[in-house]
Ligand binder design. Structure first.
Ligand SMILES: C[S@@+](CC[C@H](N)C(=O)[O-])C[C@H]1O[C@@H](n2cnc3c(N)ncnc32)[C@H](O)[C@@H]1O
Length: 321
């Protein structure tokens, strides 16, 4: 089986010397089997393709540019994810300092962090989203505290500062479908944190999404090839999906090692959109004391291993060694 391992931050390819080594292979593969093998191999070796290896992200830019308001409203729809994430930010961010936010979108976190006195550099791939962020900052006279940068998480060369106290990368890692791209993005962030700096990164859970998929596209289950591919690779078989949601869906077990190999000490892996919120509306309706008490309960159980994999959104917190 083709396998992509990481060692000391570098990707290594392990491939069978012939198609016959693949599990379940037989001596005389059909033409389709050969073609599938080659396609899968080329897909997997993106890391050694050389100069053209960068995945084309224009579909993400198109997706978010078409409706910035929809993205701004995302955390209005997913209030539990928002509130639990804030609990963790409140508890793990240093009391003051500089923050790098990568995937800042319309600035839901950036604006509030600036209001609380942090200095920020906020990066996003999509200029139309940062334009909205700029307007929100201006409306609150906070623009002096935030440096907005249109850039790809995989290349933060426009961000010169190397001593951020904390970094948020909440979005890009579930849009980068190639493992080497997720490693590059995390390395770029790590290189800009001071020693002891804190990283907050988010993922979408491979199994936690199943309720949404069943609700939105019940007939997906009939495409057993696609189902199997998602379970094994965490994404659609199509390498460059040009429509719909281009997502990478992580397993719980890969998240801490991914960060640890890049020099982070793991502190928390939490369910910030537990399965219990599958119908968001019940939490969104809560007010006052009831809302606070439910949030307390969900915060308390958010690190129990039985809730993590079943959560839609996962939050990792680590400290740079
Ligand atoms: C679902 S939004 C999340 C926004 C916000 N961080 C949050 O947690 O609500 C994902 C964001 O990641 C951005 N993004 C995706 N891939 C990126 C990349 N390679 N580099 C920078 N930003 C990226 C998108 O443009 C979008 O603004």
């Amino acid at each position: 089986m083709i396998r992509l391992d990481r060692a000391g931050g570098y990707a290594m390819i392990h491939k069978p010397s012939s198609l016959a080594e693949r599990p379940g292979a037989h001596k005389n593969p059909t033409g389709t089997e050969c073609l599938n093998f080659v396609t899968e191999f080329l897909d997997t070796v993106g890391v050694i393709r050389g100069d053209n290896m960068a995945d084309d992200l224009s579909d993400i830019i198109d997706h978010y540019s078409s409706d910035p308001e929809m993205e701004r409203q995302r955390l209005v729809r997913h209030q539990l994810e928002h509130d639990l994430t804030w609990r963790y930010l409140d508890n793990y961010l240093p009391a003051r300092g500089s923050v790098l936010e990568v995937g800042a979108a319309t600035g839901v976190y950036t604006v509030e962090l600036a209001k609380r006195g942090y200095n920020l550099t906020s990066v996003d791939l999509v200029a139309a989203l940062l334009d909205e962020c700029r307007k929100s900052l201006a409306a609150k006279s906070l623009e002096e505290q935030v440096n907005l940068v249109v850039a790809d998480a995989r290349d933060l060369s426009q961000v010169a500062e190397r001593e951020f106290d904390a970094a948020l990368i909440m979005g890009p890692l579930y849009h980068l479908v190639q493992e080497e791209d997720r490693i590059t993005a995390l390395s770029e962030v790590s290189n800009r944190l001071r020693e002891g700096g804190i990283i907050f990164s988010t993922f979408i859970s491979r199994y936690g999404i199943m309720g949404d998929v069943m609700k939105a596209i019940p007939n997906w289950i009939e495409d057993q090839t696609g189902v199997q591919f998602l379970l094994e690779h965490g994404r659609k078989p199509d390498h460059y999906p040009k429509e719909g949601f281009r997502g990478y869906f992580a397993t719980v077990s890969e998240i801490a090692p991914l960060h640890e190999e890049l020099g982070f000490e793991s502190m928390v892996l939490a369910a910030v959109e537990p399965a219990i919120s599958a119908d968001d509306e019940s939490y969104n309706r809560l007010q006052g004391k009831q809302r606070r008490l439910w949030l307390n309960l969900l915060y308390k159980i958010s690190t129990d291993e039985s809730t993590i994999g079943a959560s839609r959104h996962l939050l990792y917190i680590g400290r740079k060694r």
